[in-house]
Design a protein around this ligand. Sequence first.
Ligand code: C5P
Length: 214
Amino acid sequence: VGSGRLTGRHVLVTAGPTEEPIDPVRVIANRSSGKQGFAIAEAAAMAGARVTLIAGPVSLPTPAGVARIDVGTADQMLAAVEAALPADVAILVAAVADWKVKPSSIKLKKSDGPPALQFAPNPDILATLANHPDRPTLLIGFAAETNDVVANATTKRKTKGADWIVANDVSGDVMGGARNQVHLITDDGSDNWPEASKADVAGRLIDRISQEFA
Ligand code: C5P
Protein backbone atom coordinates (compact mmCIF):
# COMPACT_ATOMS: atom_id res chain seq x y z
CA VAL A 1 0.00 0.00 0.00
CA GLY A 2 1.19 3.49 -0.82
CA SER A 3 4.09 2.78 -3.16
CA GLY A 4 2.56 1.41 -6.37
CA ARG A 5 3.07 3.08 -9.72
CA LEU A 6 -0.57 4.22 -9.78
CA THR A 7 -0.88 5.15 -6.12
CA GLY A 8 -3.20 8.13 -5.70
CA ARG A 9 -4.82 7.58 -9.11
CA HIS A 10 -8.46 6.67 -9.60
CA VAL A 11 -8.97 4.10 -12.35
CA LEU A 12 -12.49 3.41 -13.62
CA VAL A 13 -13.15 0.17 -15.53
CA THR A 14 -16.34 -1.06 -17.21
CA ALA A 15 -16.57 -4.77 -17.94
CA GLY A 16 -18.90 -7.50 -19.08
CA PRO A 17 -22.05 -7.22 -21.18
CA THR A 18 -25.08 -5.07 -20.54
CA GLU A 19 -28.54 -6.58 -20.55
CA GLU A 20 -31.67 -4.92 -21.92
CA PRO A 21 -34.96 -6.40 -20.68
CA ILE A 22 -37.70 -7.30 -23.19
CA ASP A 23 -40.09 -8.48 -20.50
CA PRO A 24 -39.61 -9.84 -16.93
CA VAL A 25 -37.88 -13.00 -18.19
CA ARG A 26 -36.19 -12.10 -21.50
CA VAL A 27 -33.22 -9.89 -22.31
CA ILE A 28 -31.11 -8.72 -25.24
CA ALA A 29 -27.41 -8.90 -24.45
CA ASN A 30 -23.94 -9.05 -25.97
CA ARG A 31 -21.48 -11.88 -25.65
CA SER A 32 -18.88 -10.93 -23.06
CA SER A 33 -17.38 -12.93 -20.22
CA GLY A 34 -15.94 -9.85 -18.47
CA LYS A 35 -12.58 -11.63 -18.09
CA GLN A 36 -10.43 -8.98 -19.82
CA GLY A 37 -12.01 -6.08 -17.94
CA PHE A 38 -11.75 -7.85 -14.57
CA ALA A 39 -8.08 -8.66 -15.29
CA ILE A 40 -7.43 -4.96 -16.02
CA ALA A 41 -9.17 -3.88 -12.80
CA GLU A 42 -7.05 -6.39 -10.87
CA ALA A 43 -3.80 -5.20 -12.49
CA ALA A 44 -4.66 -1.56 -11.76
CA ALA A 45 -5.32 -2.39 -8.09
CA MET A 46 -2.02 -4.28 -7.89
CA ALA A 47 -0.30 -1.13 -9.23
CA GLY A 48 -1.74 0.81 -6.27
CA ALA A 49 -4.65 2.59 -7.95
CA ARG A 50 -8.05 3.13 -6.37
CA VAL A 51 -10.19 1.08 -8.73
CA THR A 52 -13.92 1.32 -9.44
CA LEU A 53 -15.15 -1.63 -11.51
CA ILE A 54 -18.61 -1.22 -13.03
CA ALA A 55 -19.72 -4.65 -14.13
CA GLY A 56 -22.60 -5.95 -16.18
CA PRO A 57 -23.99 -9.42 -15.44
CA VAL A 58 -21.01 -11.80 -15.26
CA SER A 59 -20.07 -14.71 -13.02
CA LEU A 60 -16.61 -13.66 -11.89
CA PRO A 61 -15.22 -12.99 -8.41
CA THR A 62 -14.36 -9.40 -7.49
CA PRO A 63 -10.58 -8.86 -7.69
CA ALA A 64 -8.82 -7.98 -4.41
CA GLY A 65 -8.78 -4.29 -3.58
CA VAL A 66 -11.40 -3.36 -6.20
CA ALA A 67 -14.68 -1.52 -5.49
CA ARG A 68 -17.29 -3.22 -7.67
CA ILE A 69 -20.68 -1.87 -8.72
CA ASP A 70 -23.03 -4.28 -10.50
CA VAL A 71 -25.41 -2.96 -13.15
CA GLY A 72 -27.81 -4.41 -15.72
CA THR A 73 -28.68 -2.00 -18.51
CA ALA A 74 -26.55 0.48 -20.48
CA ASP A 75 -28.46 3.37 -18.87
CA GLN A 76 -27.56 1.99 -15.43
CA MET A 77 -23.93 1.57 -16.50
CA LEU A 78 -23.72 5.17 -17.70
CA ALA A 79 -25.28 6.47 -14.45
CA ALA A 80 -22.79 4.44 -12.37
CA VAL A 81 -19.86 5.66 -14.48
CA GLU A 82 -20.89 9.32 -14.14
CA ALA A 83 -21.43 8.89 -10.39
CA ALA A 84 -17.89 7.48 -10.06
CA LEU A 85 -16.21 10.51 -11.69
CA PRO A 86 -13.73 12.14 -11.48
CA ALA A 87 -11.20 9.54 -12.63
CA ASP A 88 -7.62 9.82 -13.85
CA VAL A 89 -8.08 6.88 -16.19
CA ALA A 90 -11.20 5.27 -17.63
CA ILE A 91 -10.88 1.95 -19.43
CA LEU A 92 -14.18 1.01 -21.05
CA VAL A 93 -14.03 -2.68 -21.76
CA ALA A 94 -17.76 -3.45 -21.45
CA ALA A 95 -19.67 -4.79 -24.44
CA VAL A 96 -22.58 -2.38 -24.19
CA ALA A 97 -25.83 -3.24 -25.98
CA ASP A 98 -26.33 -0.73 -28.79
CA TRP A 99 -30.12 -0.90 -28.61
CA LYS A 100 -32.80 -1.15 -25.96
CA VAL A 101 -36.54 -1.76 -26.10
CA LYS A 102 -39.33 -0.53 -23.87
CA PRO A 103 -39.87 -3.66 -21.76
CA SER A 104 -43.29 -5.19 -21.28
CA SER A 105 -44.25 -5.33 -17.60
CA ILE A 106 -45.81 -8.76 -18.12
CA LYS A 107 -44.34 -11.83 -19.81
CA LEU A 108 -45.03 -11.85 -23.55
CA LYS A 109 -46.98 -14.95 -24.55
CA LYS A 110 -45.38 -17.23 -27.13
CA SER A 111 -48.87 -18.00 -28.42
CA ASP A 112 -49.25 -14.31 -29.44
CA GLY A 113 -46.50 -14.83 -32.04
CA PRO A 114 -43.13 -13.10 -32.42
CA PRO A 115 -43.20 -9.62 -30.84
CA ALA A 116 -42.52 -6.54 -32.99
CA LEU A 117 -39.78 -4.96 -30.87
CA GLN A 118 -39.31 -1.18 -31.12
CA PHE A 119 -35.61 -0.46 -30.70
CA ALA A 120 -34.17 2.79 -29.37
CA PRO A 121 -30.46 3.61 -29.22
CA ASN A 122 -28.55 3.29 -25.95
CA PRO A 123 -26.21 6.05 -24.78
CA ASP A 124 -22.61 5.64 -25.92
CA ILE A 125 -20.71 5.71 -22.62
CA LEU A 126 -17.30 6.20 -24.24
CA ALA A 127 -18.46 9.10 -26.43
CA THR A 128 -20.30 10.63 -23.45
CA LEU A 129 -17.13 10.55 -21.33
CA ALA A 130 -15.09 12.03 -24.19
CA ASN A 131 -17.30 15.13 -24.12
CA HIS A 132 -17.88 15.21 -20.35
CA PRO A 133 -16.95 18.24 -18.19
CA ASP A 134 -15.17 15.72 -15.91
CA ARG A 135 -13.47 13.91 -18.82
CA PRO A 136 -10.92 11.41 -17.47
CA THR A 137 -7.33 12.45 -18.19
CA LEU A 138 -6.68 9.23 -20.09
CA LEU A 139 -9.73 7.76 -21.82
CA ILE A 140 -9.33 4.28 -23.26
CA GLY A 141 -11.85 2.34 -25.33
CA PHE A 142 -11.88 -1.20 -26.63
CA ALA A 143 -12.85 -2.28 -30.12
CA ALA A 144 -13.82 -5.83 -30.95
CA GLU A 145 -13.44 -6.30 -34.69
CA THR A 146 -13.64 -9.26 -37.01
CA ASN A 147 -11.91 -7.65 -40.01
CA ASP A 148 -9.69 -4.65 -40.86
CA VAL A 149 -8.95 -4.49 -37.13
CA VAL A 150 -6.39 -1.66 -37.06
CA ALA A 151 -8.11 0.48 -39.70
CA ASN A 152 -11.52 0.26 -38.02
CA ALA A 153 -10.07 0.91 -34.57
CA THR A 154 -8.06 3.90 -35.79
CA THR A 155 -11.27 5.43 -37.15
CA LYS A 156 -13.07 4.60 -33.90
CA ARG A 157 -10.41 6.38 -31.81
CA LYS A 158 -11.16 9.60 -33.71
CA THR A 159 -14.94 9.37 -33.98
CA LYS A 160 -15.41 8.45 -30.31
CA GLY A 161 -12.88 10.93 -28.95
CA ALA A 162 -10.84 8.33 -27.04
CA ASP A 163 -7.14 8.81 -26.33
CA TRP A 164 -6.33 5.15 -26.91
CA ILE A 165 -8.17 2.21 -28.39
CA VAL A 166 -7.29 -1.37 -27.57
CA ALA A 167 -8.39 -3.33 -30.63
CA ASN A 168 -8.86 -7.04 -30.64
CA ASP A 169 -9.60 -9.51 -33.36
CA VAL A 170 -12.59 -11.55 -32.22
CA SER A 171 -12.83 -13.70 -35.33
CA GLY A 172 -11.14 -16.52 -33.32
CA ASP A 173 -12.18 -17.84 -29.88
CA VAL A 174 -11.30 -14.77 -27.78
CA MET A 175 -14.83 -14.44 -26.35
CA GLY A 176 -14.90 -16.25 -23.04
CA GLY A 177 -11.39 -17.60 -23.62
CA ALA A 178 -8.31 -17.02 -21.50
CA ARG A 179 -6.07 -15.43 -24.14
CA ASN A 180 -6.14 -12.28 -26.25
CA GLN A 181 -4.25 -10.59 -29.06
CA VAL A 182 -4.58 -6.83 -29.26
CA HIS A 183 -3.30 -3.72 -31.00
CA LEU A 184 -2.83 -0.53 -29.00
CA ILE A 185 -3.92 2.46 -31.09
CA THR A 186 -2.66 5.87 -29.90
CA ASP A 187 -2.00 9.18 -31.65
CA ASP A 188 1.44 7.73 -32.48
CA GLY A 189 -0.09 4.93 -34.56
CA SER A 190 -0.62 1.28 -33.71
CA ASP A 191 1.41 -1.22 -31.74
CA ASN A 192 0.77 -4.92 -32.36
CA TRP A 193 1.10 -6.85 -29.07
CA PRO A 194 1.84 -10.58 -29.10
CA GLU A 195 -0.90 -13.03 -28.17
CA ALA A 196 -0.91 -13.50 -24.39
CA SER A 197 -3.11 -14.42 -21.45
CA LYS A 198 -5.74 -11.81 -20.56
CA ALA A 199 -3.81 -11.25 -17.30
CA ASP A 200 -0.63 -10.48 -19.26
CA VAL A 201 -2.47 -8.15 -21.67
CA ALA A 202 -3.88 -6.37 -18.60
CA GLY A 203 -0.45 -6.08 -16.99
CA ARG A 204 1.08 -4.67 -20.14
CA LEU A 205 -1.73 -2.11 -20.51
CA ILE A 206 -1.32 -1.00 -16.88
CA ASP A 207 2.46 -0.70 -17.44
CA ARG A 208 1.82 1.52 -20.45
CA ILE A 209 -0.68 3.65 -18.47
CA SER A 210 1.79 3.99 -15.58
CA GLN A 211 4.45 5.33 -17.97
CA GLU A 212 1.95 7.98 -19.07
CA PHE A 213 1.57 9.18 -15.47
CA ALA A 214 5.24 8.78 -14.48
O1 C5P B 1 -18.74 1.40 -31.12
P1 C5P B 1 -18.23 0.22 -30.39
O2 C5P B 1 -19.28 -0.46 -29.56
O3 C5P B 1 -17.49 -0.76 -31.25
O4 C5P B 1 -17.14 0.82 -29.40
C1 C5P B 1 -16.51 0.02 -28.46
C2 C5P B 1 -16.04 0.85 -27.31
O5 C5P B 1 -17.03 1.80 -26.91
C3 C5P B 1 -15.76 0.02 -26.08
O6 C5P B 1 -14.76 0.69 -25.32
C4 C5P B 1 -17.09 0.04 -25.37
O7 C5P B 1 -16.98 -0.22 -23.99
C5 C5P B 1 -17.55 1.45 -25.63
N1 C5P B 1 -19.00 1.62 -25.71
C6 C5P B 1 -19.66 2.37 -24.75
N2 C5P B 1 -21.01 2.57 -24.83
C7 C5P B 1 -21.72 2.05 -25.86
C8 C5P B 1 -21.07 1.29 -26.86
C9 C5P B 1 -19.72 1.09 -26.75
O8 C5P B 1 -19.00 2.85 -23.82
N3 C5P B 1 -23.04 2.27 -25.91
